[in-house]
Write a protein that binds this ligand. Structure first.
Ligand code: SF4
Length: 304
């Protein structure tokens, strides 16, 4: 369960065991996404119920794992009609899984008001059309050429920032709970400045720790091998380390100058200030070691 659902873990456990007579064991480790499925469950149980995230089709092929997705049940039709005037003619719609059901309503309302609405089909990391993850905006990429802007329906910046970095179009965020319409431009620019600073400080690095995640949905051995080889070609040291939970404390002991995350890309993008040394994505590392131009800066996506 994600953190937010843990408060109700005992209720859910009671509910399942009273109706099925099966024994329930709550998995106590943190869980950040469907990339983070507890595949070790077989040591303790016959099946696993994963709450709050949709499966990642290119990762989840285990019939004994049941995903209980969490959808927000909210009628957004009137609210969308109120903001339609401020939107351009051709709009791409995107959402995280919680609001995926709202996309159809938003599309119908906007089309009835004369807009052209696009909902793209992403790659095999995404279950639904229009869905985005914090590490994958391929559904937006699929229709980016035809859209004047994208409208993200949902809360917070985590998901829309993936699209803001991943495609060169404005992302407007509509929060159905507050009815606020805003853009991600300021946050994106602020983060880009921080990324530039992190890359600059890593330019003097002679040694890099390339982090490989052991989580099924974050594991990218080929990406790690590729960036480690590129670092070595530039006559710098690259050490690969495999780990499940990447935390500042877990990295402290390694005597290297910078970290490269091939695990969740958001470790570098959102959490880098927590680390004592520069934390870069593979593409950022290429800029730092001088084999890629800053103008070719690209968002690190995990493709499906
Ligand atoms: S890798 Fe990161 S951004 Fe992608 S699904 Fe997992 S937690 Fe979310």
């Amino acid at each position: 369960m994600p953190e937010g659902l843990r408060l109700r873990a005992h209720e859910i456990a009671d509910h399942i065991s009273s109706r099925t007579k099966v024994q329930v064991l709550i998995v106590g480790d943190p869980c950040y996404g469907a990339c983070d499925v507890y595949i070790d469950y077989k040591r303790f149980a016959d099946g696993l119920i994963h709450f709050g995230h949709s499966p990642i089709p290119s990762v989840s092929d285990d019939d004994n794992i049941l995903f209980i997705e969490a959808f927000v049940n909210i009628d957004i039709k009137e609210k969308i009609a109120r903001i339609a005037d401020g939107l351009p003619e051709r709009i791409g719609l995107i959402a995280a899984v919680q609001y995926i059901g709202a996309l159809k309503d938003a599309k119908n309302v906007l089309e009835s008001l004369g807009k052209k609405v696009l909902i793209g089909k992403g790659d095999a990391r995404l279950r639904y059309e229009g869905q985005i993850l914090g590490c994958n905006c391929s559904s937006a990429e699929a229709v980016a050429d035809e859209a004047d802007c994208f409208l993200y329906i949902g809360e917070g910046n985590f998901h829309p920032l993936a699209a803001a970095f991943g495609i060169g179009k404005e992302i407007k965020v509509f929060d159905p709970t507050t009815s606020e319409l805003r853009t991600t431009n300021d946050v994106r620019d602020r983060i880009l400045r921080k990324r530039f600073a992190a890359i600059e400080s890593a330019k003097a690095a002679d040694s890099f720790l390339v982090i490989v995640s052991s989580k099924a949905g974050q594991r990218r051995d080929a990406v790690a091998d590729d960036i480690a080889a590129k670092i070595s070609e530039e006559k710098k040291k690259a050490y690969k380390v495999v780990m499940e939970e990447v935390t500042p404390n877990a990295l402290l002991a390694y005597r290297v100058d910078a970290y490269v995350s091939t695990a969740c890309p958001r470790l570098a993008i959102d959490d880098s200030l927590r680390y004592d040394r520069p934390m870069l994505t593979p593409a950022e590392t290429e800029v730092a070691i001088g084999i890629r131009d800053w103008n070719d800066y690209g968002f690190d996506q995990i493709r499906g």
